[in-house]
Design a protein around this ligand. Structure first.
Ligand code: G4P
Length: 535
């Protein structure tokens, strides 16, 4: 029986660690800013926006050298709301979309999904939600831009359910939209919040009990009766909020509002505090680890390389799973068996890099290191634990790499091996042929790797796009079939940095057909860091 610590339990219970998932331009930055305003982490609107104005620059790896301080500090934001400590993890989007975006989702306990009401469910949201669904992460939905003429709310709900395969339980519901937006109705509390377009900050709106035409200007009487009808329909459909169902990731409470006007945002924040889970037990290969255990444990979900070009520092982002972290404590890096003293640890409070003194389950800490730490690594105070649930995701974009200077072959191998282990890119060595293949989920990853190969390993490599559709890791309990598969499809097979076998499909039909033809072979679209698929 592991030792439980009351102080750790109290601190863990008040943590809410989440990420915002959305398609670019749905309003993630705007919403982040409003949440930080509520939490008092920033004093004025515009702070986060100012950062975003450099969003194209941040995708340029050279410019990252300059921007780095800002982008790291803002990748984890911590603020307090009511009696909760909220950790908001940034999911890099736009051109910065990469495996990091997915991996951040392995470190959160809930996600806030933002949908633009004029667009509905968009492609990047689908991908990100898929990762959440695989992990049963509870999702809160915020339908944004209600001040614009959008799609009908019932249509949006239907689309979320059909496309994302999750039940919707509307908590607030719009009264009109666009120019005819009169407010929102809170179904759970039975009260109305009126929208005043002349007030740019709607934080102070007071709720009025019930919903009645007399509450609004007579121009909006039609909107009120439509809302009344829609609410009856929602009730008839039995769409009510069930917290257990939400915690299992099967149902999402839905909120409507306008982040830009700070309207309806607080309702989603309240749900995060009241209903989203505090850190839960986390599986490791050896056992399940409860947050309230007194011994510290954490895993690495992201590595930001070369913080300072002079020092080649890297920051490993650790998600605390159990116990209390205090500065200066000795940590066991389980994979290497080495003990390190965690003196150089940063936290990400209020967008400033500060030295952290204490951290609790759910918090994120940054460990400065010189390249010995990899994604998926576990840290403890002595126990041999390997956390699971931090996978490599099947790449969707591929490039072949060849050397301009053939004498640099060794450096290229070493560079790719290290960058692969660190999780910057996935590296495949085909069974047939000499060209190394890089796999990524976002184009930026290729740029970063090309730059780092040159800057850190002195390798000038040329790349070319390859038109593979996707990679699947291969396993089978039938050794004979596996050997036959390897023989027949050698031209499409490669080993990744860990030596795990992967099938590179040329197209979707090629993948489907191969899966159909080889029923004894298992095709995996994720591979655990803690696990190798070697044959
Ligand atoms: P992102 O981080 O998800 O990419 O989105 P972001 O918050 O930057 O919002 C994208 C655009 O949508 C921005 O406009 C932003 O002002 C606008 N927006 C966000 N929330 C709302 C809302 O509730 N209503 C309306 N009407 N617009 C909203 P932009 O023109 O790209 O930038 P800006 O000039 O306004 O900064």
């Amino acid at each position: 029986m592991e030792q439980i610590n009351n102080e750790v339990e109290t601190e863990a219970k008040r943590r809410r660690t989440f990420a915002i998932i959305s398609h670019p331009d749905a309003g993630k930055t705007t919403l982040t800013e409003k949440l930080l305003l509520f939490g008092g982490a920033i004093q004025a609107a515009g702070t986060v926006k100012a950062r975003k104005s450099s969003k194209y620059a941040t995708s340029d790896w050279m410019a990252i050298e300059k921007e780095r301080g800002i982008s790291v500090a803002s990748s984890v934001m911590q603020f307090e709301y009511r009696d909760c400590v909220i950790n908001l993890l940034d999911t890099p989007g736009h051109r910065d979309f990469s495996e990091d975006t997915y991996r951040v989702l392995t470190a959160v306990d809930a996600a806030l999904m933002v949908i633009d009401c004029t667009k509905g469910v968009e492609s990047q949201t689908i991908k990100l939600l898929e990762v959440c669904r695989q992990r049963n992460t509870p999702i809160i939905t915020f339908v944004n831009k209600l001040d614009r003429e959008g799609r009908h709310p019932l249509e949006i709900i239907d689309e979320i359910e059909a496309v994302l395969n999750i039940h919707c339980a509307p908590i607030t519901w719009p009264i009109g939209m666009g120019k005819r937006l009169a407010g929102i109705y809170d179904l759970a509390r039975g009260e109305t919040l009126l929208f005043d377009p002349t007030n740019p900050d709607q934080r102070s709106v007071t709720a009025i009990k019930g919903l009645d035409k007399s509450m609004v200007d007579e121009r909006f009487a039609g909107e009120v009766s439509d809302t009344q009808d829609e609410i009856s329909l929602l009730k008839e459909d039995g769409r009510h909020f069930d917290r257990d169902y939400f915690l299992e990731g099967e149902l999402t409470p839905v909120f409507f509002g306008s982040a830009m006007n700070n309207f309806g945002v607080i309702k989603a924040l309240e749900a995060l505090v009241d209903d989203a889970p505090s850190p839960r037990a986390r599986p490791a290969i050896e056992r399940s680890v409860a947050p309230e255990e007194s011994n510290f444990s954490a895993f690495v979900f992201k590595i930001q390389a070369n913080m300072d070009p002079q020092h080649r520092d890297r920051i490993a982002f650790l998600r605390v799973c159990s116990g209390r972290f205090s500065r200066g404590m000795k940590l066991l890096h389980v994979r290497s068996g080495k003990e390190i003293r965690a003196g150089q640890v940063v936290s990400f409070l209020s967008q400033r890099r500060e030295t952290v003194e204490d951290a609790w389950p759910g918090d994120i800490i940054g460990l400065l290191n010189h390249g010995s730490i990899d994604i998926g690594d576990t840290f403890t105070v002595g126990e041999s634990l390997s956390f699971t649930g931090i996978p490599y995701f099947a790449p969707e974009l591929f490039q072949g790499v060849t050397l301009r200077d053939p004498l640099k072959g060794k450096q290229l191998q070493k560079g790719l091996q290290q960058l692969g282990e660190e999780g910057a890119i996935q590296v495949f060595k085909p069974i047939i042929g000499n060209e190394m293949i890089l796999g990524a989920v976002g184009l930026l990853q290729f740029e970063v790797v090309a730059h780092r190969l040159k800057a850190e390993y002195g390798v000038d490599a040329s790349t070319r796009s390859l038109s593979f559709y996707g990679a699947r890791w291969i396993t089978s309990s039938n050794k004979k079939k596996l050997l036959e598969f390897e023989r027949q499809l050698a031209g499409n097979l490669a080993h990744d940095a860990s030596g795990s076998l992967a099938f590179l499909a040329t197209s979707k039909p090629n993948l489907d057909l191969t899966m159909e033809r080889w029923p004894d072979i298992e095709f995996h679209n994720v591979r655990e860091h803690a696990q190798k698929f070697t044959t």
